[in-house]
Design a binder for this molecule. Structure first.
Ligand code: AMP
Ligand code: MG
Length: 351
């Protein structure tokens, strides 16, 4: 398939949006930027478009898609009930990086919801996403625009690497502002449950609606102890391998000096080392890439997927990553890093 690539810095947005909304209307797939990561969009009310999304990504069909809307009113056409707590959260965080899960109306195909009777809804704030969604009179199902299992895409060039030739169009708007996926909160049951940590922290949500539960499947301890399968995640997709670069990743924990020493001892020329600016020149072997300064946790979160992808280009055999727990202000940073490592988290003396 020939993939059309539109760059927002070279062509007028209205033209791009017109063509791409037309493609979505016809059931074709279009990748577009959001404030979190790039999304792979298809008409969310068209089961055939959802099937194409699973195929283009190589995604298991029981891993549900998130419906993206450009106007809050669209929500009421898609879900059975909007609880009071949802109204408060939408007021506080929409448009923005918070996905909410509700009971699903029949107009949403089961293929889109991965066979579940609930549906995840997001109202993104990125101007290109908003323009595209507002030009469509249907919700747009959009998982992250990466091949299944790979790190999410935070630049147009990442999307081209993964999906060129597999979908109809890519809207390349360069770098996205946040760089990590939305927080997912399930409001379909009696108590709100966080199903994925993201840019909005549990504390920020609790500030608006009071206490929430965290799905045991997404806690760092359970990712490390490989209890994800036995923790019976609410969304089947949470059990799958995620965010992984080609080389295996090991996260190394311990007191800073001991951690650096252990990584140095075990690294050779073909080892990738994922570190922070402050430690970068402490390593004399291997391919050393920094995710940013310890002083700027948001920058670290923004750069993580890009750095994981960069290790593929330099072809390392293995990646030793510093433990970034101290820089994790949202809960999303270590969740993504540990998942990229398949839970492989070792203390310095276990390396
Ligand atoms: P991605 O689109 O790649 O960001 O992945 C979307 C994630 O949203 C899935 O892996 C699920 O974990 C979650 N999700 C989407 N819809 C639902 C739902 N109805 N119930 C629970 N989790 C969901
Ligand atoms: Mg994804």
């Amino acid at each position: 398939m020939n993939t059309r690539i539109y760059r927002t810095d070279l062509e007028p947005l209205e033209e791009i949006v017109k063509v791409c909304a037309g493609l979505l209307e016809k059931g074709e797939l279009v990748a577009f930027p959001t404030e979190t990561v790039y999304g792979l969009g298809g008409n969310g009310l068209n089961a055939e478009a959802a099937r194409k999304i699973y195929e283009a990504k190589g995604r298991p069909s029981d891993n549900p898609l998130i419906l993206h809307i450009g106007r809050k009113e669209q929500l009421y056409e898609l879900v059975t009930e909007v609880p009071e707590k949802a109204e408060k959260l939408m007021e506080a965080f929409w448009p923005g990086p918070l996905t909410l899960i509700f009971g699903k109306k029949d107009c949403v195909p089961d293929t889109t919801s991965g066979g579940l009777q609930t549906i995840a809804i997001r109202f993104p704030s990125h101007p290109v996403a908003r323009a595209l969604l507002c030009a469509c009179d249907f919700p747009v199902a959009a998982p992250s625009a990466n091949l299944s299992g790979r790190p999410s895409t935070t630049k147009g060039s990442h999307v081209i690497d993964d999906l060129n030739g597999r979908i109809s169009a890519i809207i390349d708007a360069g770098d996205v502002p946040i760089g990590v996926e939305s927080t997912i909160l399930d409001l379909s049951g009696s108590q709100p449950v966080m199903l994925r940590p993201g840019f909005i922290s549990a504390a920020e949500i609790e500030h608006v609606i009071g206490p929430i539960a965290i799905d045991p499947a997404v806690t760092n301890d359970n990712i490390i102890s490989h209890s994800i399968e036995t923790a019976h995640p609410k969304a089947p997709g949470m059990k799958y391998r995620h965010y992984a670069p080609k080389a295996p990743v090991t996260v190394v924990s311990g007191e800073t000096e001991a951690m650096i020493r252990a990584i140095k001892t075990h690294a050779d020329e073909s080892t990738g080392i994922l570190t922070v600016d402050e430690h970068q020149d402490r390593y004399d072997k291997g391919i050393v890439l920094s995710v940013g300064s310890k002083e700027k946790p948001e920058e670290i979160l923004h750069n993580l997927f890009d750095v994981l992808r960069s290790f593929d280009e330099v072809k390392v055999d293995r990646i030793l990553a510093e433990d970034l727990s101290e820089e994790d202000t949202t809960g999303a940073l270590m969740n993504r890093l540990l998942k990229s490592a398949g839970g492989n988290f070792l203390k310095t003396d276990e390396l």
